[in-house]
Design a protein around this ligand. Sequence first.
Ligand SMILES: Cc1ncc(COP(=O)(O)O)c(C=O)c1O
Length: 371
Amino acid sequence: MKKEYPPIKIRVCEPDLSNLEIEYVTEAIKNNYVSGFAPPVKRFEKEFAEKFGMKHAIAVNSGGSALFIVLKALGVKEGDEVIMPSFTMVASPAAASHCGAIPVFVDSSEQSFNMDPKKIEEKITPRTKAIMPVHIYGEPCDMDPIMEIAKKHNLHVVEDAAEIHGAKYKGKMAGTFGIAGCFSLFANKIISSGEGGVILTNDDSLANALNHMKSYDFNDDMHFWHKTVAFNLRYPALNAALGSAQLKRFDELVGKRRTNAQYYINGLKDVPGLTLFPEKPDTFSVFWMFGLLAPKRDELMDFLAENGIETRTFFIPMHRQPVYQHLQKDERFPWADHYGDNGLYLPSSSQLTSEQKDEVVGKIKEFYQKA
Ligand SMILES: Cc1ncc(COP(=O)(O)O)c(C=O)c1O
């Protein structure tokens, strides 16, 4: 039986919407702009590309769709392999599976939730078509070795940048390293429009293919003329209007996530037994969710829930999922398991007040003093 808890006082994450979002969406409605073809979508795409200094941004209906159509447009097909971390959200391997390809999992590293670059090369086979680094919880992957390996083996790099709006690795925006970077705009993301996704690329022919694939491959010269079987994965104009308002607030929204993280680090650094993940050298981390490893993780989460504080466990690694277990033989993923079994993330909304963060820190301390 599922345990009953008191009402939630502090949610793990909530969208941060201001008058600007109301203004932009109202404006779209007043102009009758609702479909995926309407001007707010092109405007949002232009603004997103400019923000990241990239040539093309292609907006779609989710981060998962973004990953899927990029792999599909790159020709990933039945029997191919895509290398990615086991410690990720299911949308990363699902993108490969929907192409008929096999996700090949790599363990995380001791220092980071992200895929360990040292363990990638041993996974490359003649069937490998792409590497998909996933920037987990707002920390950019160690991109130099990943890009080097990809170059050496002539593989595409498709970044799963769903959780990483604004993070940088050695001064360069995460999501701009590979042939494509795929972002999510889901309600809990740093830049959100409820649902949605964006693909960044500098490759003109990939951008052209994606624009056709996301919209039934309507022909540019003769509208109802189709050369390939494609999809409707379009991003609706009302979401795009919301997205444009969030983009205007980009630095503010990223800054608030970083402030939360610093607050939690200061408050929790002396609690024995906790493992915190501060920003690493050479990176600008956006702390999409503030994650930590905690002894008695499940009991701690239960105690916080009893006090109206919502938290989430870390991802359950993909090699353990019912849908992907069969892909592993005797292989072990000790770090992915370690994070999955001991990690949780704390309330991380951008609009958290200091009082709320104090309450979270205070309750964690109380739990360990009693324990
Ligand atoms: C790492 C990662 N990849 C992909 C996705 C998929 O994004 P969406 O929910 O927009 O499909 C998510 C979503 O939360 C994610 O965390």
